[in-house]
Design a protein around this ligand. Structure first.
Ligand code: AFP
Length: 331
């Protein structure tokens, strides 16, 4: 009999002392992700493909599923009384709790649909979320309340809407994987205490950007490409899905290193990915599974954020490879 998400969270409350409100918040987020999965699976039959014709705060064209997923997560989480505010890749700034509902003690941050460029070509996409404690539950949380280092996350997770719908979650006691049973609507635990191998022969990076990378990244990737003829003495394989959730889940499953470095196209931009709702939650999960996650120079989780949508360079996965490429930056 597989453990359901609800049963696992009750166990965490009894054995690890997680707060019941946090358990209930996570149940709510999981239910919302089930609804997103249902919409994603309809595809062209559900009028959810294509773009809305609008631009988000990132300056990116919004897909219908970006907007719908954001609405589903906001609507599901605005009335429960667990949150003092929410922040999303798809919303300009933090959004408070409607006056009709009580505030709570947490902040929820999310990328409602990561991998949007893959929606219309039926490649895996997902949702990424992070939970912080709110400094105050009296009034709506402003941007400053969200400016907490990733080490202060209470939990984090992602879903992958792929051949299966998976929920990957950590509340600070290892990483568990739950598979959505569409017959019952339950998330059932299918992998517990995920451990990422310290070594790997597989790397993930968008090679089309090679001419824009800094020297340490060029050196590291050139050595991988040289394979057994080069200083590494072994051959490496490459993958790039262009959905962070899919690339990270592969690493959770069999190891690897995922890289999205900053590049010379815009030296003022630390990278492409966003710290608060992509870099931090994924770094938290990777570290909980024994891996490492840096911005090339330091732990992502120790970066002090300055703005809600700030970006970060990301090197995460098998510890020995992340430490090697980080060492090249710090040489
Ligand atoms: P979209 O959500 O705009 O498709 O971006 C996805 C993403 O943020 C991350 O999930 C991928 O790893 C990365 O961008 C892909 O970036 P490239 O399209 O430059 O390869």
């Amino acid at each position: 009999m597989k453990l359901s998400l609800s049963h696992y969270l009750i166990r965490c409350e009894r054995e690890h002392g997680i707060e019941s409100d946090l358990r209930l918040l996570l149940e709510t987020v999981a239910r919302a992700c089930k609804s997103i999965s249902h919409a994603v699976n309809k595809g062209a039959l559900g009028n959810v493909l294509g773009s809305t014709g609008t631009i988000n705060v990132q300056g990116e064209a919004q897909k219908k599923l970006d907007v719908l997923s954001n609405e589903i997560l906001f609507e599901a989480n605005c009335w429960g009384g667990y949150l003092a505010g929410m922040a999303s890749e798809e919303m300009d700034g933090p959004v408070g709790i409607p006056l009709a509902y009580p505030r709570g003690k947490y902040l929820l941050l999310f990328d409602p649909l990561d991998g949007s460029s893959n929606i219309d070509v039926n490649v895996s996409i997902g949702t990424i979320f992070s939970v912080l404690r709110s400094p105050s539950s009296e009034e709506d949380a402003g941007e400053a309340a969200f400016m907490q280092q990733g080490t202060r996350q209470m939990c984090a997770g992602y879903t992958v809407y792929g051949p299966q719908t998976l929920l990957v979650l950590s509340v600070g006691h290892g990483v568990q994987v739950f598979t959505l049973d569409r017959d019952t609507g339950s998330f059932l635990m299918t992998q517990s205490n995920v451990r990422i191998p310290a070594d790997t022969r597989e790397f993930a990076i968008n090679m089309s950007n090679v001419r824009h990378w800094d020297a340490p990244v060029r050196r590291y990737v050139d050595e991988l490409l040289a394979g057994r003829t080069g200083p590494r003495g072994v051959d490496f394989n490459m993958r790039w899905v262009a959905s962070m959730v899919a690339d990270v889940h592969r690493i959770m499953t069999r190891g690897g290193i995922f890289m999205y470095p900053r590049d010379a196209r815009d030296p003022t931009r630390a990278g492409r990915l966003r710290l608060m709702y992509e870099g931090n939650p994924m770094a938290y999960l990777i570290e909980q599974a024994g891996g490492a996650a840096t911005n090339g120079e330091r732990r992502i989780l120790e970066i002090q954020p300055a703005t809600l949508h700030e970006r970060v360079a990301v090197f995460l996965g098998s510890r020995n490879e992340v430490e090697r490429v980080t060492g090249y930056h710090n040489a």
